[in-house]
Structures are given as C-alpha cells and as structure tokens.
Write a protein that binds this ligand. Sequence first.
Ligand SMILES: Nc1ncnc2c1ncn2[C@@H]1O[C@H](COP(=O)(O)OP(=O)(O)O)[C@@H](O)[C@H]1O
Ligand SMILES: O=P(O)(O)O[C@H]1O[C@H](CO)[C@@H](O[C@H]2O[C@H](CO)[C@@H](O)[C@H](O)[C@H]2O)[C@H](O)[C@H]1O
Length: 461
Amino acid sequence: MSDPAELIDPLVSELPTWLPGQRWFGGKDRPISSVHPLGTTVLQEGDPLLLHMIVEVRQDDRVTPYQLLVASREKLPEYLGSSWIGTERGRPCYEATGDADVTGRLLDLIAEGADVGSMRFRHEPGAEVRGGLRGRPITSEQSNTSLVYGGTYILKLFRKVAPGENPDLRLHRALQEQGCEHIAPLLGSITGDLHGEPATLGMLQRFISDAVDGWAMATTSVRDLMADPELPPDQVGGDFAGESQRLGQAVANVHNDLRRALGEQVADAEHIDRVVKAMHSRLDTVVAAVPQLAEHAPALRAAFDRLRELDAPVPMQFIHGDLHLGQVLRTVTGWLLLDFEGEPAATLAERSALRSPLRDVAGMLRSFDYAAHQMLLGEQGEDPKLTERALEWARRNRAAFCEGYAKAAADSLGDPRSHGDLLRALELDKAVYEVAYEHANRPEWLGVPLASIARISSGGE
Ligand SMILES: Nc1ncnc2c1ncn2[C@@H]1O[C@H](COP(=O)(O)OP(=O)(O)O)[C@@H](O)[C@H]1O
Ligand SMILES: O=P(O)(O)O[C@H]1O[C@H](CO)[C@@H](O[C@H]2O[C@H](CO)[C@@H](O)[C@H](O)[C@H]2O)[C@H](O)[C@H]1O
C-alpha cells in the first residue's frame, strides 16, 4: 500500500451503514446523518496495516466522537469475514479488535511507553507490562471493547470518547493510590487528542482469571432457593447473604477510599433542587416512551419531592455511578468493583459530578431485586409462592448488603437504611432509568423494574 491516507475517505463513507450494527454503538435510536474523520494514526505499516481512527458521528443535533481500530490486508482470512467494513482501493478493510495478529501491537506500545503521532501509550508508574502477547476480545455484552492478553492483561478501548480523563481511569488511579484492595490493578493507559485536548482512549488492567461475577453467583443462589421451596433461606446450600454482606463492606471501603483521595462536599439546597429536577425530567422522558409508567408517576414525583425536606445533611463524593451485580467480581480473596465509567448514556459532565454514595447502594439494591425477579420472567401466570420466595431472597440479601455497608461506612452515613427517604428516591430514580434501558434494549425484561416501582412506591419495601 503506497499511502494509507488514500483509504481514509472511502472507508469513512462506509461507516454510516456499518456503525449501527455494532453492539457498542450507542446511537441506534436515530439515523446517522454524517461521519467525519477527526484523526487517523498509523499504528503498524505493511500487511496487515493497522489504523487508529477517531470519527465524529452526527445524528440530528447530537455529535459523538467514537474510537475505531481498523486494519486492512491484501486478502481477508475467512475468520475475519464478519469484521469486514468495506473494500477500498482493492484492499479489504475490517474492524481490527477481532484480529489477534494486530491487537498485540497495542500492548507492545504500552510496554514500550511509546508515542505514535498524537497517541501516548503508557504504563502506570512502577507497573511492569510485558509485550509479545496476542489480544482477543471478551465475548460478554459490553458498551466498550475489551481485549484479553494471554490471561494476564485486559485492555479496555473506550468506544465513545470525550476530551479529558475518563472517570474509569481517574477513579482507578485514585483508588490505586489509596492501596484499595477492591479493584483490579491498573497497569497502563492510552491517551489521544480530541479537539486539541488530551482524551483517554484505553485502560490496561490485570486480568483476574479465577473470578466469578456477582450476577452469576446471585442468580445461582436464587435458583437454589426456588428449587427447595420448603427450606428456610439460611439453610439452602447456595445462600448468598454472607457474600452480600461482604460485598456491602467492599462498596463502603471503596467509597471511603474515593472520599479520602478526592474529597467530599455536603449538598446545599440548590444542589438538591437540581437533583430533584433531574429526577422529574428523567421521569417525564421515560413516561413519554413507556406509557405503563404513567400510573406510578404521582407516587414517584412525591418520593422525589421529599428530598427537598431531608433533615440530615447529604454528603456527596465521587462514586461508581452504575453499580450492579454484573460490575463486581468475586475472587479467591474478596470482591472487586469494575467499570467506574458511570451510566453509559450519561454525559461526561454528569458522570464526573459529585453524588451521594447512596446512589451506588441504591444501584446494588436494585440489582438484588433483578436477580430475584429474572427467575420469574418465563413463568406462565404468577405463582404467588414463587413470587414470595423471590421477594424473600431479595429482602434477605438487600438487608445483608446494608449491614455489610454499615460496618465499614463513614460515620456521616452509617446504615443506608437509616436514610429511608433518600434511599427510596434514589432507588426509584434508578428503576426509572432501568425502565428506559429495558424498553430500549430488552423489552422482555421491562416488567422487572415496573413491578419494583409499583412495590416501592406503594410503600411495599
Ligand atoms: N480486570 C478484569 N478481570 C477479569 N475480567 C474483567 C476485568 N475487567 C473487566 N472484566 C470483564 O469484562 C466485562 C466488561 O468490563 P467493563 O469494564 O464492565 O466494560 P464496559 O464498560 O464495556 O461494560 C466485565 O463484566 C467482566 O466480566
Ligand atoms: O453494565 P453496563 O454499564 O453496560 O450497564 C447497563 O446494562 C446493565 C445490564 O447488563 C443494566 O443493568 C440492569 O440489569 C442487570 C441484570 O442484567 C441488573 O443487575 C441491574 O441492576 C439492572 O440495572 C444497567 O442498568 C445498564 O446501565
């Protein structure tokens, strides 16, 4: 190939049809009006040629920069057929994260601490990173793309990029500096330029191979309880309450470390007013899309408005922002929290704001509810005995989580259950978010958050 630049324009013209088919593309709800290349870096010359691209995707009034890793070869091997984007100037061009012959280059560049064009590949101070490994994408559903190298490293390539330090990297750095035991060690990063400002493109961590995620463990425990309907929950083999308690403690420890590293503030009336307005506004949007939510709107609004009358001060700090059982890993030594990026649909400014740590507690409490109720999804008609069993599991594990949290929490917080109005409003706000998420992504799950909203807003929990 004489000049890689010759590929760029024809390749970019293929992207409006190719992007909506990608799992990580976050704008599937509206048509793409244009894609514009912001910057291209040649990471490897020859065959295969490896290009890093940042493109700006325009949809109505929304403009979002995305990061792409694209390769081109003289001849595309059959196993890369599903990654094909287009054939430009006679050369097949394809999404490169599935090509283990080229992904190793990213790790090598981090190991070398290299600069290529405006991209900076770095390992963290004191971290040892070994190159020479092939990287393969993980198969689980995700909003970014993560590559695993030899069962040793995991490199997350952030798909949506924004100027500034990604909160995932920022919070991992802060936690690592505090010696936090509840994160996977941070080893390196990739930074590029976006509109003249540094922007995080990737984050390298130790891959934890001997771990199970919290969602898999919790749902196995629910299944065990359902299979033995007569046994009291504490005598069922797969009882999860001990783990829930340890998880609560781990989350409180992470909050403590984030507070120590990055500080805290107490929310003033103006801030609380903004939070309440944001809750109402999210509800307005979701009710418009999901009319079944309308009947619960008055109770939801009343719960949100109660935040204006709280007696106790509301401390705010950096938090995880999208905590659920799928974001925690149980290793042989304890619980790890993953993915401090916040809710995928939120703006960087929203995700980087100080918030009540009880938001993370509320997220996890919602997740216990999900784990219990997803078992009932396929059931024909409601079996009151099974439903009661599910509720019993959720109650037991939610309580254990709060007990664990209280053991390690800051004095200003204590037991999350002692902040009833705040916790209820945050749980309901999260459930409203989940209604929107399920409506857009998994309509068959919509009943899970809707049923919880009905229960919580009627004072059932
Ligand atoms: N350090 C790690 N060790 C082992 N598995 C990991 C690690 N980090 C992430 N994973 C796995 O990758 C999945 C996706 O990671 P995550 O950071 O949540 O990506 P995304 O932001 O795209 O959702 C996780 O659910 C987990 O299964
Ligand atoms: O992990 P992500 O950052 O992509 O989070 C999004 O997807 C989650 C589902 O994968 C979604 O979580 C919801 O479903 C979970 C069960 O699959 C449940 O444990 C969570 O409590 C529930 O919120 C999450 O909301 C969304 O942001």
